[in-house]
Design a binder for this molecule. Structure first.
Ligand code: ADP
Length: 544
């Protein structure tokens, strides 16, 4: 066989999620999937999971869903959501995970922009969709994922997920798919304007899962019991559902609003060995465990990311609970995993405090990815742990563009590279550390708040001349918005009155915790609000 022919053969094999689904059924039929719902814990295994995915795909076909169609989910981490995670892509459709934390306007925007034909909704989230349903002309049907009877609802036409499955046949022939086909779609907050869509192809999710399963990634294997505390409606729950299914791990899906008590309970009773979530989750759990006794001895690894992980948190888990936190950095545009902060073996004899400082960095880029760090003139900065620049990345699971948004794509993607908007240093060991952000967003409890949207709303107040919103560090939420406001001459206005005027436009967690009135906003040379100067100003303010 000539070299040319053999490379052709290897390229013919398509890297699709159907491979993971079939493998889980054949190799790990009895491995459990545990799901916490409104009515308590339910459990089944990969064999039963597979059958329900087949039923789902028959039902979707009967509803007219075909290759390339987008279908939305509005749901927590549950077994039904996991069925959609595989059922939709493996029949050739596209799984659009709608972020339940978006504002009503943004929810309507992303569903319409994606042109979702169907919407699968968790029972307790139905009211949020009812609120915007009149603005969703393209949605042909709503499917409610409830345990029993359909709840009363104004959504129409509507049906129950379980009824759909019950009426559908159990055998389904999965189509041969091209690895370049879209499998998933998620929206991320842009610096300005509307959320931006990111398409994940089968190939991207396939290779991303391989990288995560590596020991230097999340190191997930069949021996693990994984629990994604990062929501399945945000950045593919960091890819944990796909990777866990690929390797045949036991999965624990923590359901609606998991609180520290439920999290600790699930770790203890299900013997969770791997869990991942944003710092806010781990801070809350730590506080809870200071009052309560739970057996967390099964836990081997905690992955924490989405926002900078405080060194004090890593230290507290190490010293108080004997647990290892690994920091992960990523972005929706990267499927989402980018780097993990595990230590190199040469660091094993470092003093404990130096190890800790290294673990508080965002870590080493995953195999398969490439990075560059550029200064303002576009030159690469030295990897000396001091010089900072903007991080650019590329690789097999990094998006090349935003979905149907050439303008935003042109701003963030160039020559195959993604401009992350994260300002980093890279040390001599090649570990990344995020030191600042060029994107004008606040990340609170793992979810984005648009400073630009808040500024526009504040500046719409008749007594306000200028307003700028910046992110300030917060112990519990990682970051919170702080507003600097300049009033028009001779005006009097309290922070309460000002915030009261914008409350109706935003989710409650978006509202700035503090409003500081000042005489003038610092500006850059081109007249923009100088947020770097404002961040310095904020550092000097008295602690509340
Ligand atoms: P996710 O929340 O899954 O990380 P998003 O796309 O919502 O994905 O957010 C990506 C951005 O979040 C990054 O560009 C970075 O600014 C921030 N981020 C993610 N992980 C970390 C981390 N470990 N430390 C600091 N910032 C982080």
């Amino acid at each position: 066989m000539s070299a040319g022919l053999s490379s052709q053969v290897s390229r013919d094999y398509q890297l699709t999620l159907t491979n993971f689904l079939e493998r889980a059924r054949r190799f790990f039929p009895r491995q459990e999937i545990v799901s916490r719902g409104a009515q308590g814990i339910s459990r089944y295994n990969y064999r039963q999971f597979y059958r329900r995915v087949c039923r789902l795909d028959n039902a979707l076909s009967a509803l007219g869903i075909g290759q390339g169609d987008r279908v939305g989910s509005f749901a927590w981490n549950t077994h039904r959501h996991l069925e959609l995670y595989f059922g939709l892509p493996c029949m050739g459709a596209v799984m659009h995970t709608v972020n339940i934390r978006l504002s009503p306007e943004q929810i309507a925007y992303v569903i319409n922009h994606a042109q979702d034909k169907l919407l699968f909704i968790d029972e307790d989230l139905v009211p949020a969709i009812e609120q915007v349903a009149a603005k969703l002309p393209g949605v042909q049907r709503y499917v409610i994922m409830c345990e029993g009877e359909l709840p009363p609802t104004s959504l129409a036409p509507v049906c129950s997920y379980e009824e759909l499955l019950a009426e559908a046949p159990e055998n389904y022939d999965f189509p041969q798919l091209d690895e370049g086909l879209p499998a998933g779609l998620a929206y991320t907050s842009g610096t300005t304007g509307d959320p931006k869509g990111v398409i994940y192809t089968h190939r991207m999710l396939f290779l991303h899962s391989f990288a995560l399963a590596l020991a230097g990634g999340f190191g997930i294997s069949e021996a693990d019991t994984t629990m994604a505390l990062v929501p399945m409606f945000h950045a593919n729950a960091w890819g944990i559902p796909y990777t866990s299914t690929m390797v045949g791990a036991k999965q624990v899906l923590p359901g609606p609003h998991p609180q520290p008590e439920e999290i600790a309970g699930l770790i203890q009773t299900e013997r969770v060995s791997f869990a991942a979530g944003v710092p806010t989750v781990w801070i809350g759990l730590l506080q809870f465990l200071e009052q309560q006794n739970y057996d967390l001895s099964s836990l081997q690894q905690i992955v924490c990311g989405g926002s900078a992980v405080p060194l004090s948190l890593i230290k507290a888990y190490r010293d108080k609970l004997g647990l290892q936190i690994h920091q992960a950095w990523g972005m929706t545009e990267m499927s989402p995993a980018g780097s993990v902060g595990t230590l190199k073996r040469s660091m094993s004899d470092w003093p404990a405090e130096q190890q800790l400082a290294q673990q508080a960095k965002q870590g080493l880029l995953l195999p398969g990815l490439e990075m560059r760090v550029l200064d303002e003139s576009g030159c690469e900065v030295p990897w000396d742990g001091e010089t900072s620049g903007e991080l650019l990345v590329r690789g097999p699971w990094v998006a090349r563009e935003y979905y149907r948004d050439p303008e935003a794509s042109a701003q963030r993607f160039a020559g195959g590279w993604l401009r992350t908007g994260d300002v980093v240093t890279v040390d001599r060991e090649s570990y990344l550390q995020i030191v600042d952000r060029t994107k004008d967003l606040v990340k609170s409890g793992g979810e984005w708040i648009s400073s630009v949207a808040l500024e526009n709303a504040l500046m719409a107040h008749p007594q306000v001349l200028e307003a700028a919103v910046i992110a300030v560090p917060d112990e519990r939420w990682s970051e919170r918005p702080l507003a600097y406001v300049v009033l028009k001459p001779d005006q009097q206005l309290s922070a309460e009155e000002l915030l009261g005027s914008i409350t109706a436009q935003f989710p409650k967690f978006w509202l700035p915790d503090e409003v500081t009135f000042i005489d003038e906003l610092p500006k850059t040379g081109v007249g923009k609000f100088n947020k770097r100067a404002l961040r310095q100003l904020a550092q000097q303010r008295p602690r509340r």
